[in-house]
Ligand binder design. Structure first.
Ligand SMILES: *Cc1c(COP(=O)(O)O)cnc(C)c1O
Length: 372
């Protein structure tokens, strides 16, 4: 009755699109947050089969879930708390993004305990103001890293950072600060294989900043990180389609209030169609009155309040029946609303729309990789 259809072939296709864009750089496919709502293990299996170079996640927990599912590709995890499971991470061959002396020391201790070389990516904050060593801390972090390399506890695989996506001037300033931080690392006697800075947006905008690897999340899911350029402009194919079936239709007279708060009242005798998707599924309540959905090739605005489990469409005299397929969003090439349309209606971004889709939706996959 509620379906999230995930087109894994589209994700593999989008990997190819972004690989071409990235020139010769490696691609780290970002599958954090359950692959932005698309299903982390299924997406990772598909990306691994399609030859992705790295998989990127935020937490070690996510990385461990991938390993337990049999994923062998290199995995990078970059967001850690003070009590992190560095020992498990090293035992599972997970590479770690590190940004402070305390974490680096604890990873070295874990390397000593496990007897495994820790492969680390050192993160410099070039102006996002999130994790990443400050420029003031950077020399100290490098000095420690150099000592730990000499002791045989760590290997520095990469230097990396992340853009703020504020605007071109700010991004270019961050690129310059990144290159300066890389120079400082080289002067400190640190050798590394990779530099990586850009996510989807920076990878599309700044070919000069692809370096040896790009980290791609949103674009793999067939969505654009920009409001003015759509995914189709880059040849990307949306991977997620959310549908439901009408559960009930009824004729009502003019002047009937519909759903909580009577945000909508019928203007004339009309057909109301009930759709069993609500904010529990991730359909934002604040999109009430603005979002559109498609039935039989026609778009209908959700005029009344979206509830926890359901919303109601005012279908006028259209012939809609119980069981009819409602597309909440999908590929706009199929003349249905896009995730961007729903994001606009909810005053948010497409990232948030797809990542929060869940609740009682049942996911199904196209192009699934069979597990050995
Ligand atoms: C989420 C994330 C990415 C991927 O960003 P997209 O905009 O989805 O491509 C890359 N790098 C870091 C550090 C991230 O947190």
């Amino acid at each position: 009755m509620r379906n999230l259809i995930i087109d894994l072939d589209a994700i593999a296709f989008n990997l190819g699109v972004m690989r071409n864009r990235a020139g010769g750089a490696k691609v780290c496919g970002v599958v954090k947050a359950d692959a932005y709502g698309h299903g982390m293990v299924e997406v990772a299996r598909k990306l691994e089969q399609a030859g992705v170079d790295y998989l990127g996640v935020a937490d070690i927990n996510e990385a461990l879930t991938l390993r337990r599912a049999g994923i062998d590709a290199p995995i990078l995890a970059w967001l850690h708390d003070a009590e992190e499971m560095f020992i498990e991470a090293l035992n599972e061959g997970i590479e770690l993004g590190l940004a402070n002396v305390d974490h680096l020391n604890r990873v070295a201790a874990a390397a000593e305990i496990t007897g495994r070389l820790a492969r680390v990516h050192l993160k410099i904050d070039t102006g996002l103001g999130r994790n990443g060593a400050s420029e003031a801390e950077w020399p100290q972090l490098l000095k420690l890293a150099r000592g730990l390399v000499a002791e045989g506890f760590i290997q520095v695989v990469a230097i990396f950072s992340h853009l703020s996506s504020t605007g071109e001037a700010e991004d270019l300033a961050q690129i310059a600060r990144f290159e300066a931080a890389v120079d400082v690392a080289r002067q400190a006697g640190i050798s590394f294989e990779l530099r990586h800075l850009t996510a989807s947006d920076g990878s599309l905008n700044y070919p000069q900043a692809h370096y040896e690897m790009v980290r791609i999340g949103l674009a793999l899911y067939g969505l654009s990180p920009f409001s003015d350029n759509k995914a189709a402009d880059y040849g990307l194919r949306p991977a997620m389609t959310a549908t439901a079936n009408v559960t009930q239709v009824k004729r009502v007279p003019a002047g009937e209030g519909v759903s909580y708060g009577y945000q909508h009242r019928t203007a004339a005798e009309t057909t109301l169609a009930l759709v069993p998707v609500g904010y529990a599924e991730g359909l934002p309540r604040q999109a009430s009155g603005k979002a559109e959905v498609a039935i039989n090739g026609k778009k209908y605005r959700i005029l009344s309040r979206i509830a926890m489990d359901q919303f109601v469409l005012d279908a006028g005299d259209d012939n809609i029946e119980a069981g009819d397929l409602v597309t909440i969003f999908g590929d706009p090439a199929a003349l249905v609303p896009s995730a961007d349309d729903l994001a606009d209606a909810a005053d948010t971004i497409n990232y948030e729309i797809v990542t929060r889709m869940g609740g009682r939706f049942v996911r199904s996959y196209l192009g699934r990789v069979d597990q050995e």
